[in-house]
Design a protein. Sequence first.
Length: 219
Amino acid sequence: MSNQLVKVNKYSKKIKLLSVYSRIETNISILVRPMVAKMLANVAEQLPNNLQLQVDGGYRTPNTQRILWNNRTKELGVNKAKDLVANPGSETSGHLVGGAVDVSLLDLNGKEINLSEPFKRYYDEQKLYSKKITKRAQKLRLILYKAMLSAGFAPHDNEYWHFSYGDKRWADFYNKKVIYKIIKNPNKYYYPLFTRIFIKISRKTHQVINKTFKIKTNY
């Protein structure tokens, strides 16, 4: 099986990308397996005309997954963290094989829609169904869910925004064999060193500004 990864919007310019300031993986662009990109293009085409598909994350390097796990456990505690992040010490995340994506919805003006409204952060109410969110948010979650499943993705029981194809979660959901394995030599997909340094500095500056002026963000 090829280790090829492509940009998530390779097959559709209708797919929008989360700002690099807010992404989990910053060393590379948002990348996925070619089939995943094609399936997402189908989702983008099938959504209602007043909605746009945004991809918040795709492939992650093992190092990024470890950092994310460590940060989430410090922030939320192990019990909460394990519902949101795959523990790199005990399981292989679909993000590590390039088969998983985190997605959200935008309105026609390109503004992200809060699918956890009235909560500020998406992971405050992470399961698909919740009596604590607004009827509008619940309706939009289901629109996204149905569109992703109709394209062939498998859902995540604890994360309404996470869908995958070709990984173990997908294989278990559809009773099929795993297609993808962990990507070898991910460094070949890295941005040039100068670009990576610039992104990290810009990202940190962005976070400081948000904290200083108490700007609420979803990430």
